[in-house]
Design a protein around this ligand. Structure first.
Ligand code: GLY
Ligand code: MN
Ligand code: MN
Length: 446
């Protein structure tokens, strides 16, 4: 299962239709150092990958729809048998052109010399300037390369009467494309969700008092790889007891005890498409009354929020619904006091619920695409959007209540619950891609 060359071509054509008389430039990710001369496994930049399907560092993709000869141009690392012996296979210039569908391909070392011809007749240059401040190509910062190309062309303006007059960020164009997933992308997301779900189910069977969080992590990540995914989509959070109240707890070192809840937030990356699932369950198979009350409340918030994920609804609606359910429930439990509208308006629930209810999901775990369409208006959900729904309640031992709110009774302290699913917006509502992991109280206790 993968994205076909035809789909990559369609994406490029769509981008180029929007770029029009401009030239767009996208750069690959770089290798990142783990320590000394050891590098992390390479992970391609998602924008670059979305347009090329090309998985190597030291590469640049150029789109020049107005150019007479070449519209899609790649700069790549040339073949080098000696280097490849050490660092692995490279596509090389010829294969990049033939197999990736480029109209022209050059060795990356020729970038500065060859790039000018694709910029000189462009009305504007589309490049995400300023973000990429790494050492760049052959020690030259990539921003500097773009700016000096531009300056060179601007110097000719008086004589020629023409030069690119602006550098514009291509992300709004590309990211609104990435936001709506194609049928093939939805299949990739389904697979990422399915493997992530298998791992959660295995983890729940495995976890028990006396085991360590890292042992559970190992079961999860074993499943990810064993089922053919690339591995983790993000560092796995295996947080027992009070650790569940730390949103990004990734040490995973504690030994679990009877009476603990275990919060697992883990997902795999399948062909770069990501799953993102959280479940919380009692390590010894039985909720305490307080744990159960909080769990049921988060589950209710999540179920009601999922109902709001449908075409036509503004993005924030499911968050607002989750907040309302949580605040109502916390008032009932005596953890918050006062008027519901005021608590919501003044955000007095935030010591318990400090994050938003979800994010776009795709090639990036926190996927791209603006949440608003104007300064005032939230984006309207449409079929093909994929997002997470992940409300939680966290009663940290050192929780500081909002002004005018009561101190939390001891019996609640240390409880942290989050429930997270990946949800596809469909024509008539939604589909929970991660429905393969149960979440009822009974299932969490079994
Ligand atoms: N695992 C990251 C998140 O849930 O957003
Ligand atoms: Mn998550
Ligand atoms: Mn998430």
């Amino acid at each position: 299962m993968q994205i076909t060359p035809a789909e990559y071509r369609q994406r490029r054509e769509k981008l180029m239709a929007k770029v029009g008389q401009g030239t767009a430039i996208f750069r690959s990710a770089e290798m990142a150092v783990m320590h000394n001369d050891v590098e992390y496994p390479f992970r391609q930049n998602s924008d670059f990958y979305y347009l090329t399907g090309f998985n190597e560092a030291e590469a640049v993709a150029v789109f020049a729809p107005h150019h007479e000869e070449h519209q899609f141009i790649l700069f790549v690392q040339p073949k080098d048998p000696e280097k490849e012996t050490w660092t692995g296979y490279r596509f090389g210039v010829e294969a990049a052109k033939e197999q990736l569908g480029a109209d022209a391909a050059y060795p990356i070392g020729e970038l500065e010399e060859k790039l000018t011809q694709y910029l000189e007749k462009a009305e504007r240059i589309y490049y995400h300037l300023g973000h990429d401040t790494s050492s760049g190509l052959h020690g030259k910062d990539f921003n500097t390369i773009i700016l000096s190309q531009w300056q060179k062309l601007l110097r000719g303006y008086q004589r020629k009467g023409f030069a690119p007059i602006a550098i514009e960020d291509p992300q709004p164009i590309l990211h609104s494309m990435r936001l709506v997933k194609s049928p093939a992308e939805i299949e990739m997301m389904r697979k990422a969700a399915e493997i992530s779900a298998l791992a959660h189910n295995r983890a729940r069977e495995f976890a028990q008092p006396g085991r360590y969080e890292y042992e559970v992590q190992a079961e999860i990540e074993h499943t990810f790889r064993q089922k053919g995914s690339l591995g983790i989509a993000y560092p796995s959070i295996v947080a027992s007891g009070e650790n569940a109240c730390i949103l990004h707890y990734i040490e995973n070192e504690r030994q679990m005890n009877a009476g603990d809840l275990l919060l697992i937030d883990a997902g795999c990356s399948y062909g770069y498409y990501n799953g993102d699932i959280t479940r919380t369950f009692p390590v010894d198979g039985k909720f305490t009354p307080e744990q159960k009350a909080i769990y049921e409340l988060v589950l209710e918030a999540q179920n009601q929020a999922i109902e709001e994920v449908k075409p036509g609804n503004p993005f924030n609606q499911y968050h607002d619904t989750a907040v309302r359910v949580i605040v109502e429930g916390l008032i009932e439990l005596g953890l918050l006091v006062g008027d519901i509208e005021e608590i919501i308006k003044e955000e007095k629930y935030k010591p318990f619920y400090m994050h938003r209810t979800g994010h776009w999901l795709g090639l990036d775990v926190h996927d791209v695409g603006s949440y608003k369409q104007t300064a005032e208006d939230w984006r309207i959900l449409q079929p093909g959007h994929i997002l997470t729904v992940e409300p939680g309640i966290y009663i940290a031992p050192n929780l500081k209540p909002a002004e005018g709110q009561p101190e939390v009774e001891e019996r609640w302290l240390g409880i942290g619950v989050r429930i997270e699913d990946d949800v596809l917006v469909t024509v008539d509502g939604n589909e929970v891609l991660t429905a393969g992991v149960p979440k009822s109280v009974a299932a969490m206790e079994s």
